[in-house]
Ligand binder design. Structure first.
Ligand SMILES: Cc1cc2nc3c(=O)[nH]c(=O)nc-3n(C[C@H](O)[C@H](O)[C@H](O)COP(=O)(O)OP(=O)(O)OC[C@H]3O[C@@H](n4cnc5c(N)ncnc54)[C@H](O)[C@@H]3O)c2cc1C
Length: 582
């Protein structure tokens, strides 16, 4: 079933009314409101019209491998050409490199709509932006000139080659080796697994970013260096010599089946180092942060698309009696179904606001002339990147699951399309750093690591949103202030307790991340209410936003108290459960 409708109205409301684009951006003078509106609408048309129709067929057909060449499903090469011709690859890239220089906020909006329409397709261009960032910030001038223009135009796609059979979350175990060559380049040898888009037929050349060890490298992550190794050498054309990089196998997967997940063998492949020796992980992290926001948008995209299916179904299926009437009533009239849908809407619309506000911090951090504003945006971005990645990808699975429930038995059938969202959404919680790793990054590194200084900036932002909330939202503003106090108090308590119980943060990092996500959505709902209050009272958008905000605070936000209670209760080490077992 292909019925995806891009959430244009909501995106316009968030971008213009909540974020205040273009005036609120440091480089806003150069942007015009009409252009931003057109970009959002065109992006929606491309996703709904070109990508969504290939979603179910791509899932059925999947990719095939013959003689080392991967064929993507029918329609994918043409859709990728349309993506490049439409300028979508270059949307938020530097104009000096052929990009359009538009805000990252718009890139994030595009990412959500692409994932909602066809997650598997997004896997091909998905890592290009991260490769662009890693090369732009760490590559030599020669590497930038050779690779960046082709990545920006979309002519070449990129991969991220980290994972090996023995090295998943723990990249310190990577064994791929890089030996120096006389001409200053390197010979890379090793096997990488689970590589998205490692081989395909969408572009002439594929640019692999590879983590490997030099012969003098110390053990662990401190010994890793980053290399770029193209599929075709010289000018990167199909007729140019092939580098010694081969796809040895395709994984058969539970979801995103139209995305080629490859086993890649590098056999003395020629590569060039990006940045300093042994500083590869730092360069790769730049790529991963961009990728983590992108993965958060995948979760949001599934949540939105599954919600649309559930709402449409509930509005046409009649079962049972919802009230005193004769029945049978529409599913949408039953309070329990209404709950399933309303909770999802409050989470999706709040989640979209949070994701775009986080992307907006990248725009401020990169372009503001004010050092204090840049520093503040950087701090908020650092704190919220793992939250957006993990909270929104959990949301993707949760919403797809609830949407399937609205369909009853029909949801279990392939034809309705909702089960594909449940399958496809699942991977986003695993790759780009599993959600457990995100939670540890948030609590150990970003919150406890700096004694709560970054968290304090976020809490200030929560309080400022409560102070700016309209009068009718005063109870919700009070709840948000109380939650801000709870977050700070809890982090201080964890800091003190972990002095005696070092494993405590690791036991409760998941709850702490969920609590932060729920608190961030409370803040966003207050920002949304403030924007809605500036519109006429009876405007449908203003009314709907107010009602959803109330629903969020009444039915969803109380989960935050359960998270806080679990954190404070978690005194008993988890290994006591296993004590005495053989
Ligand atoms: C479809 C797909 C596409 C992928 N694409 C790419 C790609 O393009 N490039 C690439 O390099 N990789 C890619 N990956 C690999 C992906 O990033 C890894 O699967 C992921 O990092 C987890 O590693 P692992 O599978 O080895 O799991 P493990 O690291 O073995 O983890 C297993 C479980 O243990 C938990 N765990 C592990 N270590 C810790 C810890 N320190 N603290 C707490 N919990 C922990 C994890 O959260 C997880 O629940 C892809 C994977 C898939 C399935």
């Amino acid at each position: 079933m292909n019925s995806y409708r891009a959430p244009i109205e909501d995106l316009r409301f968030l971008v213009f009314d909540v974020l205040g684009l273009p005036e609120s951006l440091p480089a806003g003078d150069a942007l015009d409101r009409e252009l931003i509106g057109q970009v959002i609408e065109e992006a929606g048309r491309f996703c709904a019209g070109v990508l969504a129709p290939l979603n179910a067929s791509g899932d059925r057909e999947a990719c095939t491998l013959a003689d080392g060449e991967v064929r993507t499903p029918q329609g994918f090469p043409a859709a990728y050409k349309a993506y490049c011709d439409g300028g979508w690859a270059a949307l938020a890239c530097d104009p000096e490199l052929g990009g359009q220089g538009l805000p990252i906020v718009l890139r994030a909006a595009l990412d959500e709509m692409m994932a909602a329409s066809n997650h598997a397709f997004t896997m091909y261009p998905g890592l290009a932006h991260g490769a662009y960032e890693a090369l732009r910030h760490h590559g030599s001038d020669a590497l930038k000139a050779r690779f960046l223009p082709n990545i920006v135009s979309g002519e070449w796609l990129a991969t991220m080659c980290l994972t090996e059979p023995q090295a998943g979350s723990d990249l310190g175990q990577i064994r791929t080796m890089a030996q120096p060559r006389a001409d200053g380049s390197w010979s890379i040898t090793g096997t990488k697994i689970f590589i998205s888009g490692g081989e395909h037929d969408l572009t002439e050349n594929i640019v692999h970013l590879v983590l490997a060890r030099t012969p003098d490298a110390p053990p662990g992550t401190r010994g890793l260096s980053l290399f770029v190794a193209p599929k075709h050498l010289d000018d990167g054309r199909r007729s140019d010599p092939r580098n010694a990089i081969r796809c040895e196998g395709l994984e058969h997967k539970m979801g995103i089946r139209a995305s080629a997940t490859c086993v890649m063998r590098f056999e003395q492949a020629q590569g060039w180092m990006i940045g300093e020796p042994h500083r590869g992980l730092a360069a790769m992290f730049l790529m991963m942060n961009a990728a983590r926001l992108h993965v958060g948008m995948q979760g949001l995209g599934h949540a939105e698309a599954a919600l649309q299916l559930a709402r449409a179904y509930a509005a046409e299926r009649r079962q049972g009696r919802a009230g005193a009437g004769a029945g049978p009533d529409l599913l949408s009239a039953h309070p329990s179904v209404q709950r399933l849908i309303a909770d999802q809407r409050a989470l999706v619309e709040g989640g979209r606001a949070l994701a775009l506000w986080t992307a907006y911090q990248i725009d401020v951090a990169e372009t503001s002339g004010d050092a204090e504003a840049r520093q503040r945006a950087d701090a908020l971005l650092a704190l919220l990147t793992p939250v957006v990645k993990a909270f929104l990808t959990e949301l993707g699975s949760e919403c797809a699951d609830r949407a399937l429930q609205v369909f009853g038995g029909y949801g279990f059938m392939v034809e309705t399309g909702v089960e594909q969202h449940l399958r496809d959404a699942r991977i986003a919680r695993i790759y780009e750093g599993t959600n457990e790793i995100q939670a540890l990054d948030l609590l150990r590194r970003k919150v406890l690591g700096d004694g709560g200084a970054t968290l304090a900036r976020f809490v200030e932002e929560m309080r400022a949103s409560a102070d700016a909330a309209p009068g009718e939202a005063s109870t919700r503003a009070d709840s948000t202030r109380a939650l801000a106090d709870e977050l700070l108090g809890l982090s201080q308590w964890l800091g003190t307790e972990s002095a005696d119980d070092a494993m405590l943060p690791a036991r409760v990092a998941g709850e702490f991340l969920r609590l932060t996500g729920l608190a961030a959505l409370a803040m966003m709902w207050l920002k949304i209410e403030a924007a809605a209050a500036r519109r006429a009272d009876d405007e449908p958008m203003a009314r709907s936003k107010r009602a959803l905000s109330m629903h969020y605070f009444d039915y969803v936000l109380p989960q935050a108290h359960a998270c806080a209670a679990i954190v404070r209760n978690a005194r008993t080490p988890t290994d006591t459960v296993f004590a005495g077992e053989p």
